[in-house]
Write a protein that binds this ligand. Structure first.
Ligand code: NIG
Ligand code: FE
Length: 417
């Protein structure tokens, strides 16, 4: 199947010389073509350009049947890449939501056995099949909102058996879903109740049992640790990351959400692909990130939902750093995987320009999953994951008009979804 999309009002985020990510001032780089066409063949983007440069000859070399789509008045964007989610989970946590309205903090809820431990109990009592079904529903929803690649973490298992159960669900999703999925092992998400007061034994379990078993079944691409106040220390994080690396798992860690935890520096030291959250980022953290290949990834949905401080995104970009923005889709701190809303939060709360916010939710998040050579922009040879919008006045209308779905038609691997 091939596609010829014609009369596109604006084709966004095209790349002639593709880059793997954009940092600092380059985050404003955003190339577009007005009155454009786009051609895909099989799974791939094969050509694009101005309508006035199009001739029928361009379709002659295509061996497949070509479907013609007229996009007059509409725009085309590459799909969002969401590099940080926890979208395999059981049940939901409205009870804590009410507690938060009453004034309880995320940390206090966690301390009394709510939070991640609450989800862990619910997950323990839910079958693999049910987890798969509910996660499939969530993936279908985010696809319709424009997402074309995701990372999914374990971390609500917290026993070897249940962590493996979660990762097997993620593998099934990988096999059955039309979008690219990366799996992250997050055994170090919280300390299970039975290990209270003997946290180091739980870290030993992760190192000696969980990582080897996850690796034996080849269930994960990455390894994560929640390195923060009240969760895992820098020392524990380093022990876990070292073992992960031995088993070929690159780090993507939760850091500095609750305090200046040292997590950012630990991530950089172990060459993490990304460090995520980063609400507490100061000069030292920025310095450390500037000397690294680690993608600073912000999760504004969590700061929004929990009513917490926002990461200093503007300062980070102005210091020359790249920024990625992901949804953190999870039942506790961000129960939404809507990347259009993340785009809006980037502009509204972080004071990012629309160009920066688009780069942060596409090419830079693709980088944070190790996928930016094949996804995250409109470039020849990249996978044809993109969406056609409803009628749009300008591309800034996307973040501006928050809360409504501007995506009209989604294409994944060159096929209509
Ligand atoms: O990224 N911060 C740690 N983990 C998740 C929250 C998970 C939960 O509360 O269930 C996060 O926000
Ligand atoms: Fe998270």
């Amino acid at each position: 199947m091939a596609l010829f999309i014609k009369n596109i009002k604006q084709l966004n985020q095209i790349e002639i010389n593709p880059v793997l990510m954009r940092a600092g001032e380059k985050m404003r780089d955003f190339y577009t073509i007005s009155n454009a066409y786009l051609i895909t063949e099989g799974k791939y983007i094969v050509d694009f350009g101005k309508m006035e440069d199009f001739s029928e000859k361009k379709l002659n070399s295509i061996k497949e049947k070509v479907e013609i789509i007229d996009a007059t008045g509409k725009m085309v964007f590459p799909s969002f890449c969401d590099s940080h989610t926890h979208l395999v989970y059981a049940g939901s946590r409205e009870i804590e939501y009410i507690d938060k309205i009453k004034g309880l903090s995320y940390e206090k809820i966690a301390k009394r056995g709510g939070g991640i431990l609450n989800s862990s109990l619910l997950l323990h009592n839910t079958s693999e099949e049910e987890l798969y079904e509910s996660a499939t529903g969530r993936i279908e929803e985010i696809i319709s909102l424009g997402t074309g690649a995701i990372e999914i973490k374990s971390g609500y298992g917290l026993t070897t058996e249940d962590e493996i159960k979660m990762l097997r669900v993620i593998r099934r999703l990988k096999d059955s879903s039309p979008i690219s999925i990366k799996a992250t092992f997050l055994g170090a998400h919280a300390i299970p109740l039975e290990y209270k007061g003997k946290q180091s034994e739980y870290v030993d379990l992760i190192i000696n049992e969980m990582i080897p078993m996850v690796s034996a079944e080849d269930l994960a691409d990455f390894i994560d640790v929640f390195c923060d106040k009240g969760f895992f220390t820098v020392e524990e994080t380093e022990r876990i990351l070292m073992q992960g690396m031995k088993y070929g798992l690159r780090a993507k860690i939760h850091a500095n959400e609750l305090d200046y935890s040292g997590g950012i520096q630990a991530g950089v030291k172990y060459n993490a692909l990304s460090v995520d959250h980063l609400e507490y980022t100061g000069e030292k953290e920025i310095e450390s990130l500037l000397r690294s290949e680690t993608m600073p990834t912000l999760l504004p949905g969590a700061a929004f939902f929990l009513g917490m401080v926002y990461a200093p995104a503007r300062k980070m970009i102005d210091s020359g750093l790249p920024i990625a923005m992901a949804s953190d889709f999870n039942p506790g701190s961000s129960p939404s995987g809507n990347m259009q809303f993340i785009l809006s939060l980037g502009c509204i709360k972080y004071k990012m320009f629309a160009e920066e916010a688009f780069n942060a939710t596409t090419i830079n998040t693709a980088y944070a999953m190790g996928l930016s050579d094949s996804l995250g922009s409109i470039a020849k040879g990249k996978i044809a994951n993109f969406y056609i919008t409803k009628h749009l006045s300008t591309m800034e209308f996307m973040p501006y008009s928050y809360g409504s779905n501007k995506v009209e038609q989604v294409f994944l691997n060159g096929k209509k979804f």
